[in-house]
Design a protein around this ligand. Sequence first.
Ligand code: ZN
Ligand code: ZN
Length: 367
Amino acid sequence: MTTTGELRRRLERTRGELRRRRVDGLVVSPGADLRYLCGLDAHLDERLTALVVPADAGPTLIVPELERGAAAESLAGGLDAEIIGWSDTQDPYRLVAASVRGTQIAVSSRMWAGHVFGLQDCGLQPRDGQGIMSTLRAVKSAEEVDALRRAAHAIDAVHGEIDQWLRPGRTENEVAVDLDAAIRAVGHARVDFVIVASGPNGAHPHHLASDRMIEPGDLVVVDIGGTMPDGYCSDSTRTYAAGREPSERGRRVHELVAEAAEAGRRASCPGVPATDVDAAARRVIRDGGFGAEFVHRTGHGIGLDTHEEPYIVEGNASPLADGAVFSVEPGIYLPGELGVRIEDIVAARSAGPDVLTEAPRELRVVG
Ligand code: ZN
Ligand code: ZN
């Protein structure tokens, strides 16, 4: 679980970032940003819940009165934050304006537009806080890397038992229902997605699951992830062969993707531009003759959201931070025929790439 010491360090970094950018305060609504800064896992709705972090003072948490008890009992309660409950007859935006000590505010990018207009109507000048939040969240502390490793090992455990569920004669949906239960059983609080894409369905990178019956020799892309009780996410893909060896071409494609994934993982070092990790994986696939069939970026950052900075995409020249954690997930998609993707979560560390997911990557025949 995240500690209050860790949250205090995050708030201190936030204040530094606000001062550096000459912003008077940050206003964060429920979601991963709020959880990151004060540990509160709250709902986004029409009643304003917001953490106000002034550049030069302690934070204030503004919550509907009916949520005040829950907020005080959360980690936020141990943070020396002032917690203000507002009743349904009050204007919460005025409470924000009174807490922020200035008019130039940054707001979390997923705040509802209605709340942003409410803040504006109080004389505040909101701007997009995405840059501030991603600067903070893209560099994981040792505690966060540990949390992501626990999430990675949990999802590894599901892949480790795939034999129980994946076999020819079952539908993708049947397998997906079992995987859904397994993701919870290994300790996730929530299932975020279950992709079971067999045979030609594998050629659609974001196919979920259908009533297609899995056939012997199908390659089956299994991409699964969930959120752990502490809020950190898992995301891992393996491609299996159902029942028997796949076609010669299927085996060749799997080998190539495995080689590309390894090249991407190996390139994942601090200081390396994100685009270079993408290029390292892409080069292998292009040299193998399938460059046009690798149709997406190589990866995405992961933390309290499944998709966050840094994006491992061509053209992203930002160097990877020491402590950046992201997926490396090259794939090859042959329409009407098959798809293969292999996805691992990697932390860029000064000692070298730290691969958090460990489930075996070689092509396994299951079922
Ligand atoms: Zn995935
Ligand atoms: Zn992913």
